[in-house]
Structure formats: structure tokens, C-alpha cells
Design a protein around this ligand. Sequence first.
Ligand code: MOS
Length: 729
Amino acid sequence: MSKTSNINRVDGFAKVTGSATYSAEYKTAGVVYACLVGSTIAKGRIKTIDTKKAEWAPGVLAVITHLNVDKPAGYEKAKDKHNFGQPLQIFKDDSVLYYDQPIALVIADTFERMRYAASLIKADYFKEEHSTELKKAAEKEKKVETDKGNDYHRGEHDGYKNAEVILETEYTIPTEVHNPMELANIIAKWDGNKPILYTKSQGVEGTRRSVAGVFGVPVEDVEVHAEYLGGAFGMGLHTWPYEIAALIGAKKLNRPVKLVLHREQMFTNVGFRPYTIQKMGLGATKDGKLTGLTHEAVAMTSGYEDFMEGTVNMSRFIYDCANVSTRYRIVPLDTCTPIWMRGPGEATGSFALESAMDEMAYKLNLDPIEFRKLNYAEKDQEQNKPWSSKFLLECYEGGMERIGWKNRKNEPGSVKEGNWLVGYGMGTGTFGCYRSPTSVKAKFLANGDLVLQCSVNDMGPGTATMMTAIGAEVIGLPSENVIIEMGKSGLPKGPTQGGSATTSSVGSAVHDACNLLLNKIIELGSKNPVLKGIALTDLTFENGAVSSKKDKSKSVTLAALLSSNKLEDFEVENLSKAAEEAKKYSIYSFSVHFVKVLVNPNLGKIRLAHVVSCADIGTVISQKTSAGQMFGGAVGGIGMGLMEALEIDHRFGRPINNNFADYHVPVNADIEKQEVFFVNKKDPISNPMGTKGLGETALVGMAPAIANAVFNATGKRVRDLPITLDKII
Ligand code: MOS
């Protein structure tokens, strides 16, 4: 990918000039404005809901509640209501399952009238006792929900207990909220019985399936547009009540309905990283060989949907260890359903594992990297398979050199710069490399441009840029001549953008479709009189023409080829899938974040003086967008490490800090010096380009790297995120 690996983000210009169209920005004739009114209790039933004043307010077109809703046809058919992925059955009955659960939809002819009318709705409730505190709920409910397949044991159960040196610790991660810049938003309309959605979704096909299920219509009848996303981080991986509500409203009025959540509703109605309590047990020999590792996690889910993630999974394979046990439980609370948030599970799990590894290294008086190298896994012991490729040691080396690890001292608080205590820390990350079946259409236009089509979204990582880079490289075109069409239904089916799998899935499909296009255009060229008789293997497509490899004078341009065949363009569509061979290997990306913090011992202020993020992600397709992912992931990790926590007032089961003044999110300027290092070695197994995936590993390991650096600076071990000033002075 040499020629194209540094191309600019192809959607960059549209995004920074405002010409990119986000869901709520589509020009739609006759659009009306809607909002959701939420419950003011966390659990119970609606006794009365007074909508009269709102209905009589100027410009109001409809007020929909459980009392007057035309229930979507799929509500009756829904199976086990706890099945994850099934959206909350909004307005189904009088029950309230969480604070701010939508209890009414107000639609008016202008935005202002809609907001005013919504303020007039009043409800009374039969209150029931709610449960929003994981610590309490986990203690009280002995029999918690469990993912039965998820208990794992290798060797002796809880074998760490028999070790020479034992560490037992507990860590908590509070609820964190995605909070992308773009609010959740939709324009919903119907064409007869066919729903049309312009919505903030990370998966066009997934949204089609869930909307089809709710409304009882064929999947092919659901039209979804999500061409640009202003960030999502995982919140777009589920269909939420606001989308269903807008569709219900649009159907009732037979008009397009626009609904944009308020920032406060982003904290209550579109998922979040679940509050999680983790217990670690580590056992080692005195000279630093891990002999046992137990990782247990208890996480919250909602009362109506069982959400689970891979919190303990990394502990099963990342280090060489004979005796490993992992357990994972979920406990229902009276909240909205949690959802994957960048590096889902693994980011949470890595905080516990990589903090515990650091604590054990101190106990053994070993350098934390030395300790990790002593326990380097030569193969995947969980799956008993070889790695497809693993350049984790290169990440350690690359990071140590760049951060200046040699300046670190194992004794906490022993390095100073002026009045500031200096600390160095690191955290390892990993994420599986997945590849979903993906269809891509590749098309030559008469002017030589290449069009690539796939329904996959680009929520910001640079998917369109990656597709451009691969298409340009395979066909041998300048990247300016590649046109990407994506993010809507009706295009060849792509995967949901999630799980760091988009480049492996869609990139491979682009690669395969472009190679097929080359073969087919050469085949077409071979029938042209100019090239007649030349073997296919002696023909090539270069500089917009099919030519003989041996005699360059024998050449037919693409334009001539199309016109002689009376074609306006020339296209192929191809479905691309993982090779069987890949199943023999364990395929993971690896990352290591290195952090240098400065801590003011009097004020507790923590500065991120230097961050170096290293990753083995196989081949790097686009240096710029990959580096952007890595920078953004590290910055997200500062939020996790130092700032973010959704505070709940458990007396009422509602959030306190549901705004940007009180819920702090990090920005790029929070890191004073930031570097990214990619090993950039092709994985021989993963896919034709040898990529492995990046979006999640960009975050996994960052929070523990900060916590470990803070310990190195201060001697204070913070096991409950975020690390706020009060916890270290
Ligand atoms: Mo990612 S949490 O799969 O958007």
C-alpha cells in the first residue's frame, strides 16, 4: 500500500466545510418536529398522563402515548423480551423501566412549538422501588443473570491461590457515556408501508433488520440512510426508542418527522459503557512467572435486555499462564440497556488486568515490561492455536525508546521535574480480528474513474479513505479517480461498522472486487480486434487501457472498449469472505500505550506530559487515518482514566451530571506530546491486505497505563476510575 498509504481523508473537506449531510440535515419537504418526553421516576407505572394542554397548544400535530399509540405489528411477535438487540417496546403499556424512559412523543409544525408543547405534559405514577446501584444489587441478588458459556477454566480452578506470591485486588469502572459530537437524530418517513429512515446508525443492514422486526415489514422494504456520522463510538450499534418513536409518529401523520435528542437524553436513552466491578487474582513465582490468573467481572445490564461484552476475555490468552479462570455475570438494573463503547469489554477488562499486572510487578520488584516479557505468550493458550502474527515485543521496544522508559525508576515518587512528580506507566491492549462477509460493487466509468459501492457506514475512522486507498492501489489509479458510495441501503450489503472489523471485511471486499474487475475488463479487452489472439495472461490493464504486456502499441482505452461494446460503464459485484485457512490461527491486534505523567503533589493535578501509543495492526492501509484513530483512542482513554463517570442520584435513580459542564470529556489538548508507532508488518493469514484492525485497540490499555503512571509518580494506587484529584492527595 505504498503509493496510497498517506492519502488525505477523502471526506475531510466535506466534513470541515459543512457540506457533509448528517441525518437530521436532509432537506425533506413537509418535515415536522418531534421530541420525547421522559419519565421522572426510575421504576413503576404511569397512573395518569395529562396531554390535553399539549394537544391544544399552537401548532401541535400529535401527542402519542401508550394510551393512543397504534402499536407496531412486531410487538406481539417479539420473543423473549430479554434478548439483546430487541429495542425497548416504546409506548407498549404503562410500565416505566428507567428514568427518562420516553412516555410521550410530541410533534408540532415548528421546533419551538414542539418544545413548548412538550413542557406542558404532566404524568403521575405508581412508584415502585428501583435499583440503580450495581454494588448493592450485586450483593443483594445472589442469583444474578449469567452468561452460561462464559465461565472459563484452564488448568486448576483459581490456581493462583497456590502461588508463591499472590495478589488479590478489586477494580471498578463507572458508567461512561459515548457522547459523540453529533446528537442521536433521525428523519423518519413512510412510503406506503415502507419505512424510510435517515438516522445515526453504525449499521445500515442491522437497522433495517431491527426496524423490520418491530414493524413487521420485510427487511428489503426498509430504506436506511446513514451516510455521515459525527462520531458514535458504539452508540450506533443498536436501534433505540427515539428511532421507533419517530417512525410511529411519521406513520400516524403520514409526514416526515424529525427528532433530535437533547444532550441530556444522550445520557439516558442511547446506551453507555456499563458500570463494572472486577476482581483479579494473580499468582506468580518469586522470579516472576505467572502461575495463576483469575478474572471475575460483574456488570450491569438493563431490566429488559441482557447486554454482555468480553470484559474477561483478554485475561485468557494475553499472557502465558497454566491456570486461568474467568467468570462474568450481569445484573439487571433499572436503566436503559448498556451498549458497546469503544474497545468494549476489553477496555474495561484491560484496566483490571493491566493494573493488576503492574501491582504484581511492584510486588516482585520487577520492571513492569520485564514482568510482561517473562510471561509472553508464544501461542494462544485459550484456543490452542498459533498466532497468525504477533509483534507485541516490537510495540514494547518502540514505546520504551520513544517515551524514555530508561528514565523511569521503580521506586514511586523518586523522579521529579521541578515541583512535579514524574511517573511512567504502560498498559497492553488487544482485540480480535474479525471479518464479515461483505459485498462490494466495483465499476469503471467511461472517463476512467472507479466507483466503489457498499452499504457500510463510516462513523469517522476513515473507512471511505481506506476503500479509496485499496481500490486505487489494486486498479493502479490515482486516489482522486476513486468515487465511494456508501452508508445507505440498496447498495451491496456491507457489515455493521463495529468491532474493528471494517477494514478486514470491507477492505478485503474492495480488494477482491477490484481484482475481479481487472480480470473482467481484460477479458472484455481480449475480444477487441486490436488485442485478438493475445493470451489473457499477456494482457494488462494500465493507465486506463487494456494493453499487451509485450507490445505496448497494442492497446485499447477503457473509453473505446466501453463504446465499442455499447456500454456506459462496466461493473462487477463480488461477495468476499474469510478463508477457511484463517480458522487454524488465532488472529489478534496488539497495542501498548506508554504514558508519562506529571503530578502536582499539593494539588493532585495530573498532566499527560507524553503519550506514545504503539500497535501491531498488521498492514497499515492509511497512515493518516490510522494515526488519527490511535490519537483519538488514547484521548478517549484519558476520559476513562481521569474524567468520565456518570453520577447517579440513587435516591431517584437519575443522573446528576447529564451535561457537558459536569460530565467532563477529554480533548486533544489534554495530551501535551503524543506519538503513534505502528509496527506495520503484514499479517500473512488475516486477509489479502494483511490488516488486523485498530479502532478498539487504540483505546484498550490506555486507562491502566495512566493509573500505572500515577502510581509510579505518587505511590497511590487508584482502583476505582476515574482518577480524580481527591483520590491522589
Ligand atoms: Mo465499536 S464499540 O464496535 O463501535
